[in-house]
Write a protein that binds this ligand. Structure first.
Ligand SMILES: Nc1ncnc2c1ncn2[C@@H]1O[C@H](COP(=O)(O)OP(=O)(O)OP(=O)(O)O)[C@@H](O)[C@H]1O
Ligand SMILES: [Mg+2]
Length: 264
């Protein structure tokens, strides 16, 4: 039996967050989903991100900061946008011939100070047993310290991959991978990155509900430490997403355990 993989499709792939449009990139997603159907045999968990409107509402109401600094209106409105987006993704998967099973993160995960502390993994395990693809996404969740907060798809991907002993996480985002700014000001793709390189990299972030690329990489190293292979690829290039899931070496950033400890 092939080992489990986790695919995290970023909100920046679902919609064009830069242009401000909340339109789903339907053609692109159909291609990714139908190629998963045709070219992948093993079990898969799909996690998706927030998309333009989810991020807009979450930032407007500062939902991630919790009950004291946000509002229940923000919580309710963000939850609504998350449901709308998830429904669209599920519909596209089904019409592309996949069998998704939606697991709301707001029900499956309980956080403390924004970190997942407990989870109900049963719906993930049961849907996998039935040959379905469990689908969950970045969401609003109830938090033991903050009252409520935003839980990112990136954190969910790391948690599930670690707990379910996945072989690999593939992060699909809207850039080729981790881009490092060289001293001459030019950016270049980092094909292999260990934790030290990550700490030295200059990330150029735009405001976002859940922290962007630097936060993604920081968390992803927890999965790397647990033995999960982590690849960050450009989700606007379906062949790279599929190739990465097939275990091929594709253009993107591969996170690795420390370069220095590799020598020993
Ligand atoms: N050094 C960097 N390398 C790569 N991307 C970077 C860097 N610094 C900032 N970024 C930004 O990080 C973004 C990707 O992270 P972001 O969290 O926005 O995407 P996502 O994971 O696809 O979306 P979501 O969080 O909604 O799921 C890119 O669009 C890029 O603009
Ligand atoms: Mg993000």
């Amino acid at each position: 039996m092939e080992r489990l993989q986790v695919l995290k499709i970023g909100g920046s792939v679902l919609t064009d967050k830069r242009s401000g449009s909340n339109e789903l990139r339907e053609g692109l997603l159909r291609e990714v989903f139908s190629r998963i159907r045709d070219e992948l045999a093993g079990p898969l968990v799909l996690v998706h991100g927030g998309g333009t409107e989810v991020h807009r509402v979450a930032v407007e109401y500062n939902v991630a900061a919790g009950a004291e600094r946000s509002s229940t209106e923000g919580l309710a409105r963000t939850a609504l946008e998350v449901r709308r987006l998830n429904l669209k993704v599920i519909e596209l998967m089904i019409s592309s011939g996949l069998l998704p099973f939606s697991v709301p993160a707001s029900l499956a995960f309980r956080t403390t100070g924004g970190r997942i502390k407990s989870a109900n993994l049963d719906p993930f395990l049961a849907s996998l047993e039935h040959g379905l693809i469990p689908v969950t996404c970045g969401d609003v969740v109830f938090d033991r310290e903050l009252g409520f907060t935003v839980l990112s798809g990136d954190s969910i991907a790391v948690y599930l991959a670690t707990k379910l002993r996945a072989a690999r996480i593939v992060y699909a985002t809207d850039v080729d991978g981790v881009l490092a700014r060289d001293p001459d000001g030019r950016t270049r793709l980092v094909p292999l990155m260990d934790y030290e390189t990550h700490r030295r990299t200059v990330y150029t972030e735009v405001p976002d509900a859940t922290g962007g690329m630097a936060a993604k990489v920081e968390e992803a190293f927890e999965a790397v430490e647990a033995g999960v292979e982590v690849v960050i690829v450009n989700g606007l290039r379906p062949e790279r997403v599929i190739g990465a899931l097939r275990g091929e070496r594709v253009e993107g950033t591969y996170l690795v355990r420390s370069f220095s400890s590799k020598k020993s």
